[in-house]
Structures are given as C-alpha cells and as structure tokens.
Design a binder for this molecule. Sequence first.
Ligand code: HEM
Ligand SMILES: *[C@@H]1O[C@H](CO)[C@@H](O)[C@H](O)[C@H]1NC(C)=O
Ligand SMILES: *[C@@H]1O[C@H](CO)[C@@H](O)[C@H](O)[C@H]1NC(C)=O
Ligand SMILES: *[C@@H]1O[C@H](CO)[C@@H](O)[C@H](O)[C@H]1NC(C)=O
Ligand SMILES: *[C@@H]1O[C@H](CO)[C@@H](O)[C@H](O)[C@H]1NC(C)=O
Ligand SMILES: CC(=O)N[C@H]1CO[C@H](CO)[C@@H](O)[C@@H]1O
Length: 324
Amino acid sequence: MEAWRGLCVAMVVMMVIGGGEGQLAENFYSSRCPNVESIVNQAVSKKFNQTFVTIPATLRLFFHDCMVEGCDASIMIASPNGDAEKDAPDNLSLAGDGFDTVIKAKAAVEAECPGVVSCADILAIAARDVVVLAGGPSFDVELGRRDGLISEASRVAGNLPEPSFNLNQLDAIFAKNNLTQDDMITLSGAHTVGFCHCSRFANRIYNFSSTSKVDPSLNSTYAQQLIQACPQNVDPRIAVVLDPVTPQTFDNVYYKNLVVGEGLLTSDEVLFTNSASQRTVENFANHQNHFFNAFGTAMRKLGRAGVKTGSQGQIRKDCTAFNS
Ligand code: HEM
Ligand SMILES: *[C@@H]1O[C@H](CO)[C@@H](O)[C@H](O)[C@H]1NC(C)=O
Ligand SMILES: *[C@@H]1O[C@H](CO)[C@@H](O)[C@H](O)[C@H]1NC(C)=O
Ligand SMILES: *[C@@H]1O[C@H](CO)[C@@H](O)[C@H](O)[C@H]1NC(C)=O
Ligand SMILES: *[C@@H]1O[C@H](CO)[C@@H](O)[C@H](O)[C@H]1NC(C)=O
Ligand SMILES: CC(=O)N[C@H]1CO[C@H](CO)[C@@H](O)[C@@H]1O
C-alpha cells in the first residue's frame, strides 16, 4: 500500500515535470498522433522522388525559420501584403519546394490526426528526413513546438547570417540562439548540398580588394570555374552548387573543400582560414563520423531556438496562415 502510494506520487511528479511548459520531447505525440514521423517521412520521400531540390530547400527553410522568431513555422506564413517573414530580402532565394514539402506533409498528417501536430514540428521532422535521404546521419527529433503568431519581414534583418560575415559575426548571430562556434561550424556543413546564386559570392571573384580582383583564399582553379559559371552581369537566376565535388550527397566533403580553398562563400572559407575554427574543420574533414555525430546534436539544439510550448502560440490548420 505504502509502496503503491509512493509510486503514484512519483508519477504525478513526473507528469508535472514532463508536461511542463518549455519542454520538448521525442515522444510528444505518442498518444495523439503516434505515426506522425512515418507520415511525414512518406510525404517527404514522395516529394524527394519528384525533385532533389526538396533536400536543400527544406533544410535551409528550417534554419531560417529557427533563426528568426524561433522554430515556430513563422517562415511559412504567406501575407497578402508581401510583408511576412518569408518576404524579407534575405529570404528571396528560399526555394519554393521547401514550403511545398511542409504543406504536403501537413496535409498528410491532418488526414490522420487533425489539429494535433504543429507546422513547426513537421518542418523539424522533415529537415531531419531530408538529411537522411541525402545520405546523412539520422537523429531523434524533439517535438512539442507550437506555431508562432508573428511573421514580419521587418523582424528578419539582423537575425540571419550574411555570406560576407567573418568568424566573430557568425559566432555572434548563432550565439543569439544559444549555439556555440562549434555548433555553427557543424551546421554550416549543410552547405554540402544545394545551390547558391552568383550574386552571393560575386565580390570574391570580381571585386575583392583594391589590390586583388579575386579573393586570395579561393583556390585559383576553382575561382576560374566560378568566373566561367558566373560571368559579370549574369542572369540573377543562375546558381552554382555549394559543394562542387558531391553536390547531392550529405557528407563531409564540404569540409575537405574548405581545406583546399573551395568554400563558396566568404562565411564558408573563413571557417578554415581563421585559426580559431580551423581545427574543427580539419577534424570534420578527416572524420566523417565526428561530423555526423555533431550534426545531429547541433540540429537538435537549433531546433530548440525560441520555441513556443504548452499553451503558447497555436497549432495552425494551414501552415501558411494563422488560424482565424
Ligand atoms: C553560417 C552561416 C550561413 C550563411 C552565411 C549562409 C548563407 C547561405 C547562402 C547565401 C546561400 C545561397 C542562397 C541562394 O543564393 O540561393 C545558402 C544556401 C543554403 N544554406 Fe546556408 N548559410 C549559413 C548557414 C546555414 C545553415 C546553418 C544551414 C542549415 C542547417 C544552411 C543551409 C543551407 C542550404 C541547404 C542551402 C542551399 C539551399 C538551396 O539549394 O535551395 N545554411 N546559405
Ligand atoms: C520513391 O522512389 C523509390 C524508388 O523509385 C520507391 O521505391 C519509393 O517507393 C518512392 N517513395 C515514395 C514515397 O513515393
Ligand atoms: C567594388 O567594391 C567597392 C568597395 O567595396 C564598392 O564601392 C564598389 O561599388 C564595388 N563595385 C562593384 C562593381 O561591385
Ligand atoms: C586547389 O584545388 C585542387 C583540387 O581541386 C587541389 O589539388 C589543390 O591543392 C588546391 N590548391 C590549393 C592551393 O589548395
Ligand atoms: C537561450 O537559453 C536561455 C536559457 O535557457 C533561454 O532563456 C533563452 O530563451 C534561449 N534563447 C533562445 C533563442 O532559444
Ligand atoms: C520565397 C519567397 O517568399 N520569396 C520572397 C522573398 O522576398 C522577396 C521580396 O524581398 C519576394 O519578392 C519573394 O517572393
């Protein structure tokens, strides 16, 4: 009897702690939508079968969502006035296939568990799934995020890293989201897949400094290839791959590229040229398993940025609109 009462007390205490506000949990939907992860995975795989862009587009969408206003699907909101978060100049290049992936996965989830799973959580699961589809590491995703109630273009500025950033600037913008320099180096490894428009690195090949047209930290062979692919005044829609060696595989080749001067963005190459971050880059270039382990951990940390839980925010019905 006494032992039984003790057990009951222990269970109540556990429920209070486990259900408390601010807590994410891997099994958050285990009673109300137990198949959520396989439903999302199915929708993501189907979308991937239609286009590879699903992978980089979804991964980058998660990053941009988390950095601005927290991981709350605020990036998904469509505004008739063109002044939502996704309309900010920094988002100009977010590929539509990332949005479409979340919308399709949400439709599949709603068909089985209506009104239960947030768009923010669907995006977090989808971001993990695309990494796996590209050959990267799997990791458990924490769940229980609520969808945000604010999405404003004017709140984007200053919260996303610029390709021209130096190490201190990168450190600072990630630190705002409780991410360390090592987390930042690790998450930058997402540039092992996907594309980049010429304008984002044109300064490195045409207008670096008064003494050198080309950034001397660029591998000269690679610089010539970039000049070929991105002539001056090129069509602004032209993009090149971020990882010129294995652009469709999630691997550690991004870091190997940095070692030979083939980081596309200033913010990529600086991770190797700055001695403060060079050792981590070399470690990841030499040990893919170190990168893979760190990536799962860093994605989970990124996924905690600014989350709304408990009774905060809402569970959106339509990921692109606040509930009316
Ligand atoms: C460290 C600071 C970072 C900077 C300065 C940065 C900047 C950029 C830029 C300029 C592009 C090219 C966009 C375009 O022209 O279309 C890009 C693409 C991309 N970024 Fe980042 N990024 C950073 C970190 C990250 C992180 C942490 C992730 C995810 C975890 C990420 C995922 C991606 C992906 C997947 C693409 C390719 C998108 C596509 O092909 O549609 N980036 N990034
Ligand atoms: C994607 O394509 C693969 C290979 O063609 C197939 O085995 C798989 O069933 C497809 N997945 C979905 C969800 O359509
Ligand atoms: C080249 O860089 C200088 C200084 O950073 C800038 O003032 C100038 O507008 C740039 N020129 C072009 C063509 O981008
Ligand atoms: C430039 O890249 C090639 C491989 O693409 C590599 O063999 C060479 O060592 C690199 N040069 C420098 C200076 O890193
Ligand atoms: C960073 O961590 C602190 C302490 O846990 C927390 O109060 C804050 O909300 C976190 N910041 C973000 C952006 O998640
Ligand atoms: C995908 C997307 O929403 N892109 C928008 C980004 O912002 C510009 C304005 O700065 C819009 O024109 C794009 O439609």
